[in-house]
Design a protein around this ligand. Structure first.
Ligand code: NAD
Ligand code: MG
Length: 389
């Protein structure tokens, strides 16, 4: 029986994780659930799964839960998340918080040597080098939940070994292309948040849905893949595959191209990461090859979707640049979701912030957090300037 700490229990990944965990009560006990919004949903999860610890955003939320009849320990704030991530009762930590807020607790879980199921790609993007060093030195087991990286992991013959040692020439990340794949530049100027979050294949939280629409999600995933698998950026190819059936591929030097296929359903990579190196049922129907549509692949158009090149540029710059990229993107996406700026302003703001925030090395987590704060300030200034202009 393994204890599980689920960071971000009320989100899209959080809900899928709970569906898988609920199928295997003999193997996993849910020790901790955390949520920052939707307290009614957290209360219902508390009643259903009877965890020993809840973590919420503030004391007001904690008091409301206690008044509503919660009898377990309830912590709050960033310190509560960190305490939950290292608690001895949870051998497994599922990192499913969205955005930069996931960095500190995920890093704490890694440093504590947990088995970490990583959905929160932003933490690797922001602090990849430090993060992977911490995995090495603590002996943590890091398992990718992001479907593309999970697919690649499944296609590796010697996970943990270098790409050259495994005879791997390149990694191919597939991208659905998002809801605006065939939109012209003019059409992209006018798209709304409601259109952006209506993803054609996947059902996800609002932030990652916008990232998928702008292709920033694939930019973040490219950086994530470089850190996770020790790849150079030029060894990671992005291919648009609108059906989202082939979740990613690995090209070996003998000409073999290995792929993982499945329904676009996050319960599959979650179950894989939970049970690895074993396999568990995920509650997902198998693919029906005979009724499947043709599989298409095309090159991404980086002129209509500049976020992918911005991510490559930030990764090549190194130091604080990926943390700056991530923070600028989070501010711009939040503003777009609030109808405060246009979809095409997202790459414009990121490009400007990357230029304006001075480059600097990152030697510790504090350097990353500083870059994040600087970039957020700068992005808000750019936004304000756009709104005035
Ligand atoms: P979501 O918005 O649906 O859920 C986010 C969760 O984080 C919620 O439980 C929310 O309460 C919590 N949260 C929000 N802000 C917080 C804060 N400041 N501090 C602590 N907790 C906070 O997001 P999601 O779509 O489930 O995505 C979660 C992560 O998984 C993201 O990093 C995303 O990139 C990654 N991911 C998601 C999918 C998917 O299918 N949804 C696929 C691959 C990777
Ligand atoms: Mg993904």
């Amino acid at each position: 029986m393994q204890g599980v700490c689920l960071l971000g229990a009320t989100g899209s990944i959080g809900r899928s994780s709970l569906e898988v965990l609920a199928l295997h009560p003999d193997r996993y006990r849910i020790h901790t659930l955390t949520a920052w919004q939707r307290m009614d949903e957290l209360l219902a999860l508390y009643q259903r799964f009877q965890p020993s610890l809840l973590v919420v955003a503030d004391a007001g939320q904690r008091d409301a839960l206690l008044r509503a009849g919660v009898r377990c320990e309830v912590l709050y704030g960033a310190a509560g998340l960190e305490a939950a991530a290292v608690a001895a009762d949870s051998a497994i930590v599922i990192a499913a918080i969205v955005g930069a807020a996931g960095l500190v607790p995920t890093m704490a879980a890694v440093r504590a040597g947990k088995k970490v199921l990583l959905a929160n790609k932003e933490s690797l993007v922001m602090a990849g080098t430090l993060f992977m060093q911490a995995v090495q030195s603590s002996g943590a087991r890091l398992l990718p939940v992001d479907s593309e990286h999970n697919a690649i992991f499944q296609c590796l013959e010697k996970p943990g070994a270098g790409l050259a040692e495994q005879g791997i020439v390149k990694l191919v990340l597939t991208a659905s292309g998002g809801p605006f794949r065939s939109f012209s530049r003019e059409q992209l100027q006018a798209v709304t948040p409601a259109q952006a979050v209506r993803h054609p294949r996947w059902s996800m939280g609002p932030k990652i849905s916008v990232d998928s629409a702008s292709l920033m999600n694939k930019g973040l995933e490219l950086i994530e893949a470089c850190h996770l698998f020790g790849a150079r950026a030029d060894q990671v190819e992005v291919v648009v595959h609108p059906q989202s059936i082939v979740h990613s591929l690995v090209q070996y030097q003998d000409g073999s191209l290995l792929a993982q296929l499945g329904r676009p359903d996050m319960r599959t990579p979650i179950a894989h990461a939970l049970a690895w190196p074993e396999r568990l049922s995920a509650g997902v129907e198998p693919l029906d090859l005979l009724s499947m549509a043709a599989l298409e692949f095309e090159a991404p158009d980086e002129s209509r979707f500049p976020c992918l090149s911005l991510a490559r540029q930030a990764y090549a710059a190194g130091g604080n640049a990926c943390a700056v990229l991530n923070a600028a993107n989070e501010v711009a996406v939040a503003a777009f979701l609030q109808n405060e700026t246009s979809f095409m302003a997202i790459p414009a703001i990121i490009a400007e912030v990357l230029q304006r925030v001075p480059q600097s090395p990152v030697d510790q987590l504090e350097d990353v957090l500083l870059a994040d704060a600087q970039a957020r300030r700068c992005a808000r200034e750019c936004l304000a300037a756009l709104q005035e202009g």
